[in-house]
Design a protein around this ligand. Structure first.
Ligand code: ATP
Ligand code: MG
Length: 348
């Protein structure tokens, strides 16, 4: 049976949304609205997998959830044509994650690099939720039987796990799936959409680390809500090397910081890195950095202003989330009912 093409993706309401989230994820979310039915989720169940002092506790979580929702809308996501909601309002995510916990293998999860990075040295003290994060993510996607997931490069491994889970479920329950008229596969093997020049925006302080909400240094990232002076200052202070910019893309190899800044410019200007270097190659970083600041401010400040306007009306945002959740729930409940029948759970 042909599965309807559908896009799903999520952003955690943890800390400050940054340029990496914007270029690696949100810009893609906006573009995909033209071609697909899209479901964009503020993944609050994922947010609480970290330490409470990192995600900030109940009041901060509420505020961050509204802020990510505002960022979606301010960036151009249409919550009427598509679906925008927060994960915890649809119980199927957690419910399907349990079934998938029994499908996924320990050995698969033990290979996940995000857990290793986030748990750090103190692994014994990490939450079970942090370890199980990729299984919940598979449930998020497959509750809607989504076929395409736009994400940054860092999520590639989790998407592979999602496919492994779907495949094993389809195999383990193959007979039951066929008997219920679903053909050979109930879940699609979801495709990641990781494209463009900014699939992995790096920290401004360290070109080997990805820009992250959870980086303790605020200077490592450009937040969507930073004002023009802050953006200019962070870019001016961004780490570079003493060489001038190269004339060709090949010259960016082994120059992680230069490559990152050129990639950011390319993504914001919607041109290739080669085109950026045609304009700035051979020149000093200071000139390029000024142009990059101006471009960043021009692109981000209207979004920041709209986010500010939207977050001043929390009841409007909550109503968007509630309406989105009701529509999401209708789809996810259908999936869950089918899963229960396939697995053999008796239901009302
Ligand atoms: P955290 O550090 O708390 O995990 P995060 O910055 O990774 O936060 P997420 O909410 O986990 O943000 O990710 C939301 C989306 O943004 C995902 O699709 C992820 O792949 C993408 N993303 C995150 N960081 C980057 C980055 N530096 N460059 C490109 N895309 C990114
Ligand atoms: Mg992340």
């Amino acid at each position: 049976m042909a599965v309807k093409e559908r896009v799903f993706s999520g952003v955690q309401p943890t800390g400050n949304l940054h340029l990496g989230n914007y270029l690696g994820a949100i810009v893609k979310f906006v573009a995909l609205q033209e071609r697909f039915d899209c479901i964009y989720c503020v993944v609050d169940l994922h947010a609480i997998t970290g330490p409470i002092d990192v995600w900030g506790g109940p009041d901060v979580l509420r505020q961050s959830t509204r802020e990510v929702t505002a960022a979606f809308i301010a960036s151009g996501i249409d919550p009427k044509k598509h679906i925008v909601f927060n994960q915890s309002q649809v119980a199927a995510h957690a419910e399907l994650a349990w079934v998938f916990n029994c499908v996924a293998r320990l050995g698969w999860l033990n290979r996940m690099t995000q857990f290793k990075e986030k748990a750090g040295k103190d692994r014994e003290n990490a939450s079970i939720g942090l370890y199980d994060y990729p299984v919940l993510m598979a449930a998020d996607i497959l509750a809607y039987r989504a076929t395409h997931v736009p994400v940054g490069e860092d999520q590639k491994q989790h998407l592979e796990l999602c496919r492994d889970i779907a495949q094993k479920f389809n195999n383990d329950f193959g007979e039951s799936i066929r008997a219920r008229g679903w053909g050979d596969a109930f879940f699609p093997l979801t495709e990641p959409l990781i494209q463009g020049p900014a699939t992995r925006v790096m920290s401004l302080r360290d070109g080997t680390k990805k820009m992250s909400k959870s980086d303790p240094s605020d200077n490592s990232r450009i937040n969507l809500t930073d004002d023009a002076d802050t953006i200019a200052q962070k870019i001016r202070r961004a780490k570079t090397d003493p060489e001038p910019l190269p004339n060709e893309e090949a010259g960016l190899e082994h120059r992680a910081e230069a490559d990152n800044l050129v990639g950011i410019y390319a993504a914001l200007a919607e041109i290739s890195k080669a085109e950026v270097l045609r304009e700035f190659g051979g020149g000093q970083f200071s000139t390029f950095k000024t142009a990059l600041s101006d471009l960043s401010v021009a692109k981000l400040s209207p979004i920041a202003a709209e986010m500010k306007r939207l977050t001043q009306d929390p009841s409007y945002i909550d109503s968007v989330l509630a309406e989105g959740a009701a529509r999401a729930e209708a789809i996810a409940t259908e999936t869950m009912n089918a899963v229960k029948d396939i697995v053999g759970f008796i239901r009302r």
